[in-house]
Design a protein around this ligand. Structure first.
Ligand code: ATP
Length: 309
């Protein structure tokens, strides 16, 4: 019995690892976008986060098709432990940056470094394990809410799952369901809203607790009030743990307090700096900020204006 249970346990953990990385990929991109041609170098070493997770793009050029570059000679630095925002018009390549970082594609020119290691030189598993994402749209498993949150860390005890849900502002909603955390969700379960899904994804990420965090329009489905409350919680977690975090956002109000804001335009960095600096210099960012700040609807309520408008 003992002899049999060992390999089964081992297979179980391999299976969980596999499911976890599949989940990460799924939550990021639909599978057609994943390029299976990406290979590890022989004897790839695990990524070592010796500087706390500094991300550098050095003269990166990349396009999905050779004749249409999306990023052109792009250089940017995301300092370790800081909160960075990337803003820019739709299609300018914000999600592409994330896909390159995960190495779903390789750059055509230049290089991407994490703590001075070229990401092409490190093992894919260690690279993808280090990065957590709250994507634009979170797929759910056909399982309970508890299970869906616990996916961030399969070994987490119920108290940790609950604490993560509280910080992600989903606990009160879940508690009000007749079956609470046992409520089944996903295609065959209860339908939950886009905002609730986003908060489930945030609680998953809080449990996973990766060193590098990406929020790809992660609060876009929330109303302004819930968004602000959730952002306050996310900010306090980031501060507490000094995590490197990158927010892709359309609503500038969610990111104006970032340590650095990078404005992308046509595949390169058009502007970067703090909110104050970008307002003082004028240009794309300050125009967008005033457009988003001054528009109100007939009732005097703030109107949602996205960066494309
Ligand atoms: P949004 O703000 O709308 O999410 P984005 O800035 O994140 O946009 P990306 O998703 O990075 O933009 O896409 C950048 C460009 O690359 C777009 O023109 C898009 O159509 C194109 N693109 C994205 N994925 C692929 C793909 N797999 N194959 C070909 N082109 C692609």
């Amino acid at each position: 019995v003992f002899q049999l249970s060992l390999p089964l346990n081992f297979l179980g953990s391999v299976y969980r690892e596999l499911r976890q990385s599949l989940l990460d990929m799924e939550t990021l991109f639909n599978l057609q976008k994943v390029n299976v041609a990406i290979k590890e170098v022989p004897n790839a070493k695990p990524l070592q986060l010796t500087k706390g997770g500094e991300i550098k793009f050095e003269n990166v050029t990349f396009g999905y098709h050779a004749d249409r570059p999306i990023l052109q000679n792009l250089s940017l630095t995301i300092p370790a432990g800081k909160k960075i925002a990337i803003v820019g018009p739709s299609g300018c390549g914000k999600s592409t940056i994330l896909r390159l970082l995960f190495r779903f594609y390789d750059v055509q020119e230049g290089r991407i470094l994490i703590d001075n290691q070229d990401i092409r030189e490190v093992s894919l598993e260690s690279l993808r394990k280090a990065i957590g994402v709250v994507p634009q749209d979170t797929p759910l498993f056909n399982d309970s809410i508890e299970h869906n949150i616990r996916y961030g860390d399969m070994s987490a005890p119920p108290e940790k799952v609950l604490a993560a849900a509280q910080r992600a502002k989903i606990h009160d909603i879940v508690s009000a369901f007749p079956e609470g955390y046992k409520t089944m969700v996903g295609e065959r379960g209860m339908m939950i809203s886009g905002g609730e899904k986003q908060r489930l994804a945030v609680s998953r990420l809080i449990l996973k607790d990766p060193p590098l965090l990406f929020f790809d329009e992660a609060t876009s489905a929330l109303d302004t009030h819930t968004e602000q409350a959730l952002m306050a919680n996310i900010n306090s977690i980031l501060k507490e743990k000094a995590r490197t975090s990158v927010f892709v956002a359309h609503r500038l109000r969610t990111i104006y307090d970032s340590d650095k804001i990078i404005v992308l335009k046509e595949g390169h960095v058009a502007q970067s700096g703090t909110h104050r600096e970008l307002i003082d210099t004028g240009g794309v960012y300050s125009e967008l900020w005033s457009a988003q700040e001054t528009l109100f609807d007939e009732e005097g309520q703030e109107r949602e204006v996205s960066i494309e408008d």
